[in-house]
Design a protein around this ligand. Structure first.
Ligand code: IPD
Ligand code: CA
Ligand code: CA
Length: 268
């Protein structure tokens, strides 16, 4: 195992725990937060998101000053090491501000070709999902391994949706899923639902449009647990653009991809 990566993997898990604790402190005092509108009434942000990202950026800059950092709230800082951290300080902000427990801190590291580390911390459940390329995935230290047992029919499928997607697409996806005998769930955090795929709690997850900070940690987890993911750019301009996100266990991937294609969710 690459020593550089092993160091960063330990660091990422500690950082996710520290950032999660700070976010949880804000969550417990959320009635005092001023919620600001970002992209619309369904797309909000608060000081909690900004402070957690600031903490993460400060820790990364101190430990690995040559690494790049892309965070949802503060953008891209180019690095020189070939590694870029891709961070969502709070994924599931709407859930967070409305008092739901389904939010997480999502931290990925890319080597400028693919995610090589993925850590998702869900503070309200005291759960840490962690994966390193070639090293497998774990949930609170217990290895995660997907087999083909879960299908769209016998499992639940996570479907994400935001105001950036034409509502008819989401409707078509849900009706297509139900027509083949499946059913859907949406927790409010896409990153958490990707972690659920890695843990075998969901057969698969699809959202027509998300960003790198929403999905790269989850993608690393799913791939290391033995699942499959639709490619998402992990370098250059692509890192900043939105695109479809789809991941599933081996028993559901093809069927979910077909469904997404027939629901025209991948075509624009
Ligand atoms: C959002 C959540 C949500 C998904 C949106 C994301 P945010 O991230 O993951 O579940 O449907 O597309 O933007 O804004 O809470 O970090
Ligand atoms: Ca997010
Ligand atoms: Ca966020």
């Amino acid at each position: 195992m690459n020593a550089d990566l092993a160091d960063r993997f330990r660091f990422a898990q500690d950082l996710a725990e520290e950032a999660g604790a700070l976010a949880l402190d804000y969550f417990r005092r959320r009635k005092d937060l001023t919620v600001e509108i970002k992209g619309g009434l369904q797309d909000v942000v608060s000081i909690a998101d900004r402070d957690v990202e600031t903490l993460i950026r400060r820790r990364i800059a101190a430990a690995f000053p040559e690494d790049g950092i892309l965070g949802e709230e503060q953008g891209l800082l180019d690095g020189r090491s070939g590694y870029t951290w891709v961070v969502d300080p709070i994924d599931g902000t709407s859930a967070f501000v409305h008092g739901h427990k389904n939010w997480c801190v999502s931290i990925a590291l890319t080597d400028d070709s693919e995610p090589v580390i993925g850590v998702i911390r869900v503070p309200c459940d005291d759960e840490t999902y962690a994966a390193q390329r070639g090293g497998g995935a774990t949930l609170n230290g217990t290895p995660l391994t997907l087999d083909g047992a879960l299908t769209l029919q016998n499992g639940l499928t996570g479907i994400g949706a935001s105001q950036s997607v034409v509502p008819e697409k989401v409707g078509a996806l849900i009706s297509g899923l139900m027509a083949v005998g499946g059913n859907y769930i949406r927790t409010g955090s896409g990153a958490q639902m990707l972690a659920f795929v890695a843990a075998g709690r969901l057969a698969g997850f699809h959202e027509p449009s998300m960003h790198a900070w929403d999905c790269l940690a989850g993608y690393c987890l799913v791939a290391e647990a033995g699942g499959l993911c639709l490619p998402f750019p992990a370098k250059g301009e692509g890192l900043l653009n939105s695109g479809p996100v789809l991941a599933a266990g081996p028993g559901a991937f093809e069927a979910l991809r077909d469904l997404a294609e027939t629901s025209i969710c991948l075509t624009d």
